[in-house]
Design a binder for this molecule. Sequence first.
Ligand code: ARG
Length: 577
Amino acid sequence: MDYRTEITRKLSRVSELDESLVYSLIEVPPQKEMGDYAFPCYTLSKSLRKSPNAIAAEIAGDDRLKEPWIDTIAANGPYVNFFIDRGHFSHAVLSDILYKGSHFGDSDEGGGRTVIVEYSSPNIAKPFHVGHAFTTALGHSLSRIYEKLGYHVVRMNHLGDYGTQFGKLITAFRLWGDESALLASPINELLRIYVRFHEEEKSDPALSDLARENFRRLEEGAKEEKMLWEKFRELSLKEFSAVYEKLGVSFDNYNGESFYGDRIPEVLNMLNQKNLLTESDGARVVMLDEYNLPPCIIVKSDGTTIYASRDIAAAMYRYETYHFHKNIYVVGLPQSLHFRQVFAVLDKAGRDYAKDCIHVGFGLVKFKNMKFSTREGNIVVLDDLLNESIAKTREIIQSNAIIRDADMDEQRINEIAQKVGISSVIYTYLRAGRERDIVFSWEEMLDFEGDSAPYLIYTYARTRSILRKAVERDISPERIANADLSLLVSDEENAVIKLISEIPDAVSKAAGANEPFMVARLVAQIARAFNRFYNNNNILSGTDLARRDARLALCEANCIAIKLCTELLGIEVVERM
Ligand code: ARG
């Protein structure tokens, strides 16, 4: 039951105000002393020419508002405060989540409309670094959030697989490439020769000409150059796939920049038709003064195309192919000017869907007291971060008998360390607003008591263990399913249930703002509230049977809530620890 809607209906009858207006006026007070819902009477005060306080008092006393599920209606200054009956509330929320399970919070808001989520998009022949992991974690989570809301999601990986650097790689590989090293560790080998190319190029300018020539040949589709490029791409992709598998991430397609490179003629055609191309120092550009943006270069003076032209082609292709409702780019904030230009060009060309293209930016990745062997360009490779996190998690579990089951064997410890270690990294990316820089620190991310993935996973596993104990004591699932949920009225129980009831709204808001942290924050609050309840109350014994059963049902609901929220974040829980 949706209390807000019900209260709206009644208030609208009593006040003779429009339902949608009443609904929008109703507030959720910040303090529980002010009830669960509050209705401010200022709007009515104008039309009725009475003080809002007097109106509030009148409404609060109106018998037509009385309902068994409303505990109290009280006037508080200009507000009418509604206190929902806790027992009724507990029953309504918990029976809903227990019945729906992981589908709790599903909606058809999306109505099957298509949302494209472009994320990850690493550059081939380059290491997969911690910035690409940020977009990967965000995009993966957003995809799941949109799906939960009934959108049809297309997951796209816009691989950086095109550009003049491939002329350099082809040249370098022919000169210094080691075939077996390439097969054994493709990205390392490609990076090695790429770095060497840049060093030797300084004293040997002929190399640069050769690279340009090879890129030109590649663009023309010359067979040998194309074969080498394809090999680099395929081997890089294989390495990326291993990362994706670890993270549990997948894509519907890997249409990279090269895929759209072939579609540049269409872009030029369109811009020509609209008369938007201007000559500037030999380059062809679209002027964007009216958007307060610098001109967007479409074709460089040497006739080659650039990153932006390929993105314009990509947006056009995506619209033609998917008629998207939203086209989301999960890419770091430093590229925001680039996207503003791309979207402005589309807008200037009269493409309506420009307004549905959204750059979902994110901050920088930093490290506190962490040392990694950084490779070329001071980047931290994701694999190093993951491996270290897994190793450290294993140490913690091994040395802490409180956290783990006494009979846990080596293999189980490894499995759990793997899951928890990876989840810790993912959670760190998602736990705060995406535009803020994130700081990795082992103390925080692996703190089993803190705002961390281990805390959530541990809470889940421990709750599961209570439920296993219930089974051992012959308390049947049917008993729990039929428990009298309206017995759960204490402050601590109510706090958990209230937070659980906020899941649907949080998911919808997370999609609205493209902010997975809204789900992360809520699940962290649920776990914290549940632990407060768990630490201060008897569950399996020391209480009467009816209460015991109801509390076990709350345990079950807690598990469903944590599992479904962490799944939306791309984090996997474990059944026992
Ligand atoms: N490959 C680029 C990079 O690593 C990101 C691509 C972003 N997507 C796009 N459509 N431009 O920086």
